[in-house]
Ligand binder design. Structure first.
Ligand code: CA
Ligand code: CA
Ligand code: CA
Length: 241
């Protein structure tokens, strides 16, 4: 067999393994752009992938309210119309050991007056599963494209961050990245303690799971690259036959 064929075979093996890696790529499990619910509705609870666990939220479909959104016509006022701010959460998802997640959404101030505190975070269902900075289930916080741990709070199985939002706080992407070093059942949430029926605005609520490749896959990929490198060296540096 010629060296060219050896190299082609090695590259094909690498592509195959890379393909295996892609099959484990980021999996979107929640994406809620709030575009599909018809007319605006106070104290709305009919979201496909999200539950109003306490308080209330309003579904806004512009131009009904005259508020600005860069993301289509539909979004949410996190403080509904019952005088009790909403707690909006996902269903329960499971992270395996070594898996990660990306939780992100867009948020803005209420655009009507006063200021609110927006809180978002994660709860692990098992109180024995605790979040930590580094040692256990770890956390990275990414508010503006920068990756750091600034501002995140942890108390056992509860991890959260709060943002003070003046009414004119501009639409901002908020992102939380987590990795698990133990099997972890969890849900993600946003909530506000606002109780004047004018709360932070929320859009594009998204949760992605990011499985990490199995160690065996990494070993095969490293082996594959090593073989290709060895064959390329032979091709270009071995004495001609
Ligand atoms: Ca929207
Ligand atoms: Ca409201
Ligand atoms: Ca408020």
């Amino acid at each position: 067999m010629s060296q060219k064929i050896h190299i082609a075979a090695a590259l094909a093996a690498i592509c195959l393994l890379a393909g295996t890696g892609n099959a484990q790529a980021q999996t979107n499990v929640v994406f809620e752009d709030f575009e599909g619910y018809g007319a605006s509705a106070l104290n709305f609870t009919g979201f496909s992938d999200l539950t109003v666990a306490s308080g209330s939220v309003d579904y806004i479909h512009e131009p009904d309210w005259g508020l600005a959104t860069p993301f289509g016509d539909g979004f949410v006022d996190l403080d509904g119309s019952t005088g009790a701010g909403g707690f909006l959460r996902t269903g329960v998802f499971t992270l395996g050991t070594g898996d990660g997640l990306v939780f992100q959404f867009n948020a803005a101030g209420n655009m009507r007056g006063g200021s609110d505190v927006l809180e978002y975070g994660l709860y692990a269902l098992d109180p024995a599963v605790t979040w930590t900075f580094g040692g256990g289930n770890y956390v990275g916080y990414n508010p503006d494209g920068t990756f750091n741990l600034q501002g995140v709070s942890i108390a056992g199985n509860h991890l959260w961050h709060t943002v003070d939002m003046a009414s004119d706080y501009p639409w901002t992407e908020i992102q939380l990245r987590i990795g698990a070093d133990q099997p972890t059942q969890f849900f993600a949430y946003v909530r506000t303690a606002s109780s004047d029926n004018m709360g932070p605005l929320i859009d594009n609520f998204q949760l992605d799971l990011v499985p990490v490749p199995e160690p065996a896959t990494w070993a095969l990929m490293i082996l594959g690259f090593g073989l290709a490198g060895a064959m390329l060296r032979r091709r270009y540096f071995a004495p001609s036959m």
